[in-house]
Design a binder for this molecule. Sequence first.
Ligand code: DX5
Ligand code: ZN
Length: 216
Amino acid sequence: MAQINPSILSADFARLAQEAERVHGADWLHVDVMDNHFVPNLTLGVPIVESLARATDIPLDCHLMIEQPDRWAPQYVEAGAGSVTFHVEAAAAPVRLAREIRAKGARASMALRPATPIEPYEDLLPELDMVLIMTVEPGFGGQAFLDIMLPKIRRTRELISKHGLELWLQVDGGVAPATIERCAEAGADVFVAGSAVYGAADPAEAVRALRAQADA
Ligand code: DX5
Ligand code: ZN
């Protein structure tokens, strides 16, 4: 079954515990960590993740859009994240980092910006629990879905199957009722949605509706 991960980037940062409650039934809560270096925006860090992990039963899916993930990612596992995604463009030693995230007890995930191809990283797949294909340039919520990423989603799914792996394939950026079916058809099974969930009158219902669409 498809997993739907609402992004709290589109939530009210002053009320994160209540915002988590508004998406009850979501599979994971997607937490966008931005450092104003890897992307031109600044959000939140380890202390807020630590508090949020205590405040909600929904497991946290931390997406690190930061420089030096080798140094920081393990701290997000210690803060309570159940899944930690680093950008391969920023990682100095992605294999060592994925192993460290797993050894500390979280799922390890690698993200690719739109201009980063999957092929050079084929051999890393067995070290990972998830690959994140960005379907917008990372940095902001509410951007238009990049259709040109669909072939990369498809190729990544093919590589995962070729190696007989159980990896999850996540898409993030512009995922909405108008785009989620194309992502699912291309092979994605974990869907991040920010504005499409928190912009809805009933965010929990939006999560259910997106999941039903992806599973159709
Ligand atoms: C963008 C973030 C996304 C963002 C998605 O850099 O990684 O997680 O919150 O927002 P929407 O779903 O509105 O495109
Ligand atoms: Zn994200």
